[in-house]
Design a protein around this ligand. Structure first.
Ligand code: NAI
Ligand code: MG
Length: 398
């Protein structure tokens, strides 16, 4: 097997720490790779006026595989104020580099698995019959369409005349919004294309088939959002009937799903949704298996083979300043395992997952979140493991 080159994009805050620690684990597990650093994040916005420089895009284009930590984003006014004075005249507008990455490379498939680790004190529990405490095992794979829908960026406040006129031709718009002055109207669109809807659906069914899940659930709201959600569900029915007759197709509404996931999370297998509902439902399930310290993700383009792997959490700036890092690196390490699966290094991924599972189950080494402490700088003095100690424990198991 030839040596891989991975574009390592630490980003900001704790992104840097968890990525460094993850590379230690990858090395210890015997993954042979060179890492080139990709610049991304707040520092590059402030100094260059671009949080996602072209040189980083070039690196990803060349090497195809990226490991990403986390970035800091701030509101419009703060973004402007922190820009270098000589750049402030240039009319630059900040936009999230991670959304930029997804759009630039068309990373339309986002996979967020949520799997219970045995012995994780953060696992969801519920009261069963006769008041027994049950700890249902969660094993879901959420496929989120990553480039379209409500996060597609097609939106206006005080829309241009021609857009407004076009909207006024829709009877519901003229009836329900026609009374408002145009300048007081904001519009965010939710556009689904057949091509990318089919791609996310097929990715979900393929995953179910490959890993033996019995059902695929479309989690949208087709009874109300008839066109987009309706299209996704209808296409799912066609795909299931034609190509995956042995996999059950279920249909849930996002609102009801958020209620059911604390009632019977063990019933679900693969879940597929548009961009925003996928974002919501994946955070919901992540809460059942340990929250941000455990929530990992892959995003990729099946045509180009470009993939970027990242934890769901952000840069947690407050924690980045602690003298000893306290955050849980497992979400980043799990994301790296997804990268390994993607590039056909499943054996190494398996080894790392096993080592993590052993440390979690043993319960001797727990970061502050697992120890249920408030995230203060003194948690390590009070018995929680530091980020580094957690990594060391995992490496020892390897
Ligand atoms: P966050 O995810 O950075 O932190 C929220 C809280 O979650 C933290 O205060 C901490 O209590 C906990 N947490 C996060 N990661 C953890 C870990 N690995 N181990 C243990 N606990 C952990 O979200 P927040 O505070 O809303 O945003 C901070 C910055 O990150 C913002 O600038 C935001 O825009 C950005 N962000 C970036 C994301 C990305 O890079 N993909 C995603 C979410 C937020
Ligand atoms: Mg989210």
């Amino acid at each position: 097997m030839s040596r891989r080159t991975i574009v390592a994009m630490p980003g900001d805050g704790i992104g840097k720490t968890v990525l460094d620690e993850t590379i230690r684990v990858l090395d210890a597990a015997g993954f042979e790779a060179d890492y080139v650093e990709g610049d991304i994040g707040w520092e590059f916005w402030c100094n260059e006026g671009n949080p996602l420089p072209q040189r980083t895009l070039d690196l990803i284009e060349k090497h195809k595989i990226g490991l990403f930590g986390a970035i800091t984003s701030k509101p419009k006014d703060e973004a402007f104020n922190e820009l270098k004075p000589e750049l402030q005249e240039k009319g630059l507008v900040y936009s999230s580099p991670i959304v930029g990455l997804r759009q630039h490379f068309g990373l339309d498939i986002c996979l967020r698995p949520c799997r219970t680790y045995k012995g994780n004190p953060l696992n969801f529990i519920r009261r069963g019959q006769g008041d027994v405490i049950e700890e249902p095992e969660v094993d879901v794979a959420i496929f989120r369409q990553n480039t379209e829908g409500l996060y597609g960026g097609v939106e206006w406040s005080d829309p241009p005349e021609h857009v407004y006129d076009a909207l006024m031709t829709h009877p519901k718009f003229s009836k329900n919004f026609g009374w408002s002055p145009k300048e007081d109207i904001s519009v965010s669109t939710r556009i689904f294309s057949k091509k990318f809807t089919e791609r996310i659906l097929r990715a979900a069914f393929e995953h179910a088939k490959k890993y033996g899940y019995k059902s695929v659930t479309v989690c949208e709201k087709p009874n109300v959002i008839r066109e987009t959600s309706g299209m996704m569900y209808k296409m799912a029915q066609q795909i299931q009937k034609a190509d995956y007759p042995n996999i059950e197709l279920w249909n849930t509404n996002i609102d009801a799903q958020m209620m059911w996931l604390t009632k019977n999370p063990e019933n679900y297998g693969v879940i597929v949704a548009g961009n925003m509902f996928g974002d919501i439902v994946s955070d919901g399930f992540a809460g059942l298996i340990g929250g941000l310290g455990f929530a990992c993700s892959a995003q990729y383009n099946p045509e180009t083979g470009i993939g970027v792997f990242e934890p769901t959490h952000g840069s947690a700036p407050k924690y980045a300043d602690y003298p000893v890092s306290i955050v849980n690196p497992i979400a980043m390490m799990e994301s790296a395992c997804m990268m390994l699966d993607f590039i056909d290094e499943q054996e190494i991924a398996k080894k790392i997952r096993k080592a993590i599972a052993e440390v979690v189950e043993e319960g001797k080494v727990r970061t502050y979140d697992m120890a249920k402490m408030p995230g203060r700088a003194d948690v390590v003095d009070n018995g929680a493991a530091s980020t580094e100690e957690m990594t060391d424990a995992i490496i020892t198991k390897l």
